[in-house]
Write a protein that binds this ligand. Structure first.
Ligand SMILES: [Zn+2]
Length: 377
């Protein structure tokens, strides 16, 4: 839980990087007040109540965790002696985050197009706050593949509570140095929500590493965490700007690595500079995405086994198996899913020994963008 002052600083840094978004308007209310709305919701603040998104009784503020236990812990043996997973994997962080992101990335550009600038700043403040909460400080321990905020306290390795140490982290008052300028992350709210979620998860993981280094090294440098949080917020502002202006980027294919899987392989994936994905399969691993219908026309990759052995695979689209087969070492297989939607992607089964999977050129092709009415002026 970064303090109000940290939310203010991170918001000001991000707004400065995308001056065009609220050009000609005073953004002081946004960087002073609206970036605190999710915290103010706890006090019954009416503007917070008006704009704070809620799904299944969970407010878009502190998102549920995504425990990875079902990726490796619960199996039963089938009659042929093969181990099969006995429970489906659910990813509550993904579901809450995507619902909230899609809501705000639809709402804010709509308010901007209607020239309701003051109203647009309030949900913008909420969105930035939640991105900051989960990418700076103690809450980076939670979320995708994380743990609860008291985990390190339970270890009793530190004299001072790690929870309190990480709650008190402060960021610099000077803007961080960023590796690049902000970019827009999607031609539609749905595509943008998917890609922003990936960048958000990357920022959470980087922040988590920074926080653990603070605990281990005492006074570790947290500037990479600040920079990641600010760049994430600035990318989101740039995306909102371009969605509100109906500016479309050309619909070139995107590497699959631009998307966070709904269900990842249990031990994570390695990526190389060519965007290939690699991971081991001991018994069964899934690489499944959740894409809303109508966004992509094709998901493709070349499946190969860099080591010895063979492996069974299934292609899943819209929650059902549409193709299955066997891949052997030295004989790559082209995988293609047309109009990937809802639960889609791949499942892999090691028949005998563990194998290493390599997916080369994994990418999705985007559908032609929908039309959008330009802003009223
Ligand atoms: Zn908060």
């Amino acid at each position: 839980m970064p303090s109000s002052e940290i939310h203010r600083k991170l918001t000001r840094f991000a707004l400065r990087l995308v001056p065009e978004l609220f050009a000609g308007n005073n953004t002081a209310a946004l960087s002073e007040q609206y970036c605190r709305l999710p915290d103010l919701a706890m006090t019954g603040d009416p503007e917070a109540q008006r704009f704070l998104f809620e799904r299944d009784g969970i407010q878009f503020h502190y998102l549920p965790d995504a425990p990875l236990e079902n990726l490796y812990r619960h199996y039963r043996a089938a009659t042929d002696g093969r181990l099969k997973r006995s429970r489906p994997f659910v990813n509550p962080h993904y579901e809450s985050a995507l619902a909230g992101l899609t809501h705000y990335l639809t709402l804010i550009p709509k308010l901007l197009r209607a020239n309701r600038i003051a109203d647009a700043m309030k949900p913008t403040g909420i969105l930035l706050h939640v991105l900051q909460d989960n990418s700076f400080g103690i809450h980076t321990l939670e979320g995708p593949g994380g743990t609860d905020v008291f985990f390190f306290d339970r270890l009793k390795l530190w004299e001072k509570s790690p929870f309190e140490t990480l709650c008190r982290l402060d960021c610099s008052s000077t803007p961080p140095i960023l590796p690049r300028s902000p970019v827009s992350l999607g031609n539609s709210p749905e595509e943008a929500a998917l890609r922003i979620y990936r960048h958000w998860c990357d920022a959470i993981r980087l922040g988590r590493t920074s926080c653990v280094k603070v605990l281990l090294a005492g006074d570790a440098d947290i500037s990479p965490m600040t920079a990641a949080s600010v760049l994430l917020c600035a990318d989101v502002l740039q995306t909102i700007l371009e969605l509100s202006r109906c500016r479309q980027k050309k619909a070139a294919p995107l590497p699959l690595n631009e998307f966070e899987p709904y269900e990842p392989p249990g031990r994570g994936m390695e990526t190389d500079s060519g965007q290939s994905l690699a991971f081991p399969v001991m018994t069964e691993e899934h690489l499944l995405y959740r894409f809303p219908a109508g966004i992509f026309t094709l998901l493709s990759a070349e499946l190969s086994l860099p080591g010895d052995g063979f492996c069974l695979f299934e292609l899943v689209n819209n929650g059902t198996v549409v193709q299955s087969g066997k891949v052997k070492s030295g004989q790559p297989v082209k995988l293609e899913l047309e109009f990937p939607r809802n639960e889609c992607g791949f499942r892999f089964y090691a028949e005998q020994d563990a194998v290493g999977i390599m997916l080369k050129y994994p990418e999705v092709h985007r559908a032609v963008g929908r039309t959008c009415s330009p802003p009223r002026r």
